[in-house]
Design a protein around this ligand. Structure first.
Ligand SMILES: [Zn+2]
Length: 511
């Protein structure tokens, strides 16, 4: 097929002619298990290869990134692993995996990594341990794959890679003065796809973000086109026979984001717009990105705390929930008074209240001005998380931040639903100490439950001063646990408003 030739051409160019970022220095270690496709054409079967038990320990391999969808198709479990080693008939594989086997063969490789067949699926402890262990390897597995095949356009593994992308018609043509003859002509739309990158099914899923970002080369099978993305650029299928080379800053930035110092907040903001089948995977499905970020960008001495970097903790703590309808634009912050239902599931513990991983849905960050921002007088004395599986980038069972600062008491006012909710405070003025009720600042609340929980007193802990605003956390106290608080939102206060209001410093713990 024509696209195979193109993919081979892209791959050869990438490995031989592109900049040093694209060069492969060494043959990588194989993941713990891979599919061996070497017999597929002769026997119609692929085999599950167990690296620790085989002779080959290192080899180039491809990886697949796709949406799991709702389709229940073939997996590897404790009870089927021996059968999978003997052979899996190609006809048993869902279409996308079958197509990925074809791409692997066409590009001249023997091994393919596909999560559902290479990680044990099941709820027994051995399978769960295998899953946790391999989740910690995602940065390595996708990072060292020669090419990641991305099934971008389809919502489940039956969708396949090779979708009809354009029409070929036989048209009678005649050169000037020559004879008429029939030739196939490719017709393509001037706008190949109305769907934008963000609307492709694969870009609505949480797990696939790290699969894309961590891969050095991605062969993207999207709705109507095939694209090659690597550190040197973004190459599209030709529309008129010439090889098209199209640069798109957006794509390249997304791909090389972590290597080239893309902002952490941008990564988190994009990630939080995506969906998870199991919301409790929120930190796990992002662990590879955090691991790579720490390697490339953050200082080695820095610490990752459930989605937040200790070195920039004040800014990282000030994530703000955005309205579901505004997730993609990020333009409007979440105003709970206009949204009647909570989309935050709280049945199972997921993260401390100060982590964005504790809520579902999109988030944003205040528009901090880099030059004009600084920390407030609040001091963070201690910040730690309790890890679930010893993976410092993975899921957590708890977390605490101990802070010392001025804790300003107040309450929330929802009366002005157009511009509110507001954080209200009592202000004493004049020598007679007359108390006024005064709007202190705008409240960005985390969820609907937060409103109910915050119906009584709240406290504001300022963290960052940026331009004319001060940003802080809105906290409520934990019942019967003096000195302990949980986060319910973020407050934005005009600096001028704050001048006259002070409270004594306290040491508190935020859970
Ligand atoms: Zn390249």
């Amino acid at each position: 097929m024509e696209t195979f030739n193109l993919a081979r051409k892209w791959l050869n160019k990438c490995l031989n002619n592109h900049s040093s970022d694209c060069k492969v220095a060494t043959v990588p270690e194989l993941p713990p298990r891979v599919l061996d496709v070497s017999l597929a054409q002769r026997t119609g079967q692929v085999q599950l290869y167990i690296t620790s038990e085989g002779a080959v320990k290192a080899a180039n391999y491809l990886a697949l990134s796709y949406c799991w969808g709702q389709v229940h198709s073939i997996t590897t479990t404790k009870s089927t692993i021996e059968d999978r080693r003997k052979g899996i008939s190609m006809s048993e594989l869902p279409r996308t995996i079958r197509d990925a086997v074809k791409v692997t063969i066409e590009l001249g490789y023997q091994y393919l990594w596909v999560d559902r067949l290479c990680i044990l699926q099941g709820t027994d402890s051995e399978s769960l341990d295998d899953w946790k262990y391999q989740c910690g390897l995602m940065e390595q597995i996708y990072g060292q794959a020669t090419v990641t095949i991305s099934a971008s356009a389809v919502e489940d593994p039956e969708g396949g890679l090779f979708l009809p992308r354009r029409f070929a018609l036989k048209v009678a043509i005649r050169e000037t003065g020559g004879a008429w003859r029939e030739e196939p002509v490719l017709l393509s739309c001037a706008r190949p796809s109305k769907k934008s990158y963000d609307e492709e099914p694969i870009n609505t899923r949480a797990w696939t973000m790290q699969e894309y970002l961590l891969s050095p080369r991605v062969l993207v099978y999207s709705t109507r086109t095939v694209t090659w993305v690597c550190s040197s650029g973004f190459f599209k299928e030709p529309l008129e026979g010439n090889e098209g080379v199209h640069w798109s800053r957006e794509y390249i930035q997304r791909l090389s984001a972590i290597n080239n110092g893309y902002d952490w907040h941008t990564l988190v903001t994009n990630y939080c717009t995506r969906n998870l089948s199991r919301n409790n995977d929120k930190l796990t499905a992002f662990a590879g990105i955090a691991r790579r970020f720490h390697k490339q960008r953050a200082k080695a001495s820095d610490r990752y705390l459930a989605g937040i970097w200790k070195a920039q903790i004040a800014r990282d703590l000030l994530w703000i929930r955005v309205a579901p309808a505004h997730i993609t634009t990020g333009a409007t912050f979440y105003n709970p008074s206009q949204h009647s239902t909570s989309i935050c599931s709280t049945e199972e513990y997921r993260a401390p209240s100060w982590s964005w991983a504790s809520i579902d849905g999109g988030i944003s960050y205040p528009p901090f001005t880099q030059a004009a921002s600084r920390r407030s007088a609040t001091r963070i004395l201690r910040a730690e998380t309790h890890l679930e599986n010893l993976d410092e980038y993975g899921s957590v069972t708890g977390g605490e931040i101990e802070a010392r600062g001025s804790l300003l008491p107040g309450w929330l006012n929802f009366e002005d639903s157009q511009t509110g909710p507001w954080v209200m405070v009592d202000v004493k003025s004049g020598s007679e100490a007359v108390t006024h009720k005064k709007k202190l600042g705008y409240a960005f609340l985390d969820d609907k439950d937060g409103i109910q929980r915050a119906s009584g007193n709240i406290f504001c802990l300022n963290l960052v001063i940026s331009g004319k605003f001060v940003y802080g956390l809105i906290l409520i106290s934990v019942p019967e646990k003096p000195g302990y608080f949980t986060r319910v939102g973020v407050v934005r206060i005009q600096r001028a408003e704050l001048a006259s209001k002070e409270a004594p410093d306290e040491t508190i713990v935020i859970l």
